[in-house]
Design a protein around this ligand. Structure first.
Ligand SMILES: Cc1cc2nc3c(=O)[nH]c(=O)nc-3n(C[C@H](O)[C@H](O)[C@H](O)COP(=O)(O)O)c2cc1C
Length: 224
């Protein structure tokens, strides 16, 4: 697959086949992902990979907490989108498209809650890569590098026939990940990537998320 096709065809996958992903394949994907650039080659990332029963146990605990209304406590910076901003509009637009594909009505609170739970269940993916950084580093410092890593990881997975969804829903209860996966306090849990073989029949996988035209977000200087 050429690079342009890969970039154009990468998309978030939120429905997976149950087939497990072999550890060696994930190793290959992570090895490729680590070719991502980072500030002065600092590579401020580490991975914890969970799959099978271990991942299901984490998912179950996440969902239990969500249902009990336990306060989320992410360790990564949460941006938040100002109301009436273009960011909020884009967020609402993508949510509308997902709910429409899934046939979930705006007022259907039960199915909306179920959809929310899917994210906390890693979309039932057979594997998830939890991305950590070192607490010795500043909170914001590694984030650009991690962004480059995440996109490279998703493209590497695609090259190996795997679908991905970068998701912060999976790391909203870091205490669960810490206790099940024995993650020490010296590491900050940033984000996770659900990983598996895409289910072609899962409606939300058909989502084509829109992008702003570059004319609206680019200014040119020194060009005709
Ligand atoms: C940092 C980050 C966090 C994300 N968290 C979630 C998430 O928790 N749940 C989810 O369904 N999608 C999540 N996404 C996926 C975005 O919604 C998705 O990338 C965006 O809508 C564009 O769609 P595309 O990935 O299909 O191009 C996240 C993406 C990024 C980059």
């Amino acid at each position: 697959m050429d690079i342009e096709t890969a970039i154009r065809s990468r998309k978030s996958i939120r429905g997976f086949k149950p087939d497990p992903v072999p550890r060696q394949l994930i190793e290959q994907v992570l090895t490729l992902a680590c070719r991502a650039p980072s500030t002065m080659n600092t590579q401020p990332w580490e991975f914890v990979v969970a799959g099978g029963e271990v991942l299901r146990a984490i998912a179950a605990q996440n969902v239990m907490r969500l249902r009990e209304g336990v306060m989320i406590c992410p360790e990564h910076v949460i941006t938040g989108w100002p109301p009436r901003s273009v960011y909020r509009e884009r967020q609402v637009e993508v949510a509308k498209r997902i709910f429409s594909l899934m046939g979930i009505a705006r007022e259907d609170r039960v199915r909306r809650a179920e959809w929310m739970e899917r994210g906390f269940r890693f979309f039932d993916a057979p594997a998830a890569v939890i991305i950590l950084t070192d607490t010795a580093l500043s909170e914001g410092g590694p984030l650009m590098d991690i962004g480059a890593l995440m996109q490279t990881l998703c493209l590497a997975a695609l090259a190996h026939g795997l679908g991905t969804c970068i998701e912060d829903q999976g790391v909203m209860y870091p205490e669960v990940l810490r206790s099940v996966l024995k993650i020490p306090d010296t590491k900050r849990i940033l984000i996770c990537v659900a990983l598996g073989y895409p289910d072609p029949d899962f409606p939300a996988n058909a989502l084509e998320s829109p992008r702003e035209d570059i004319a609206a977000i680019t200014s040119w200087h020194g060009f005709d």
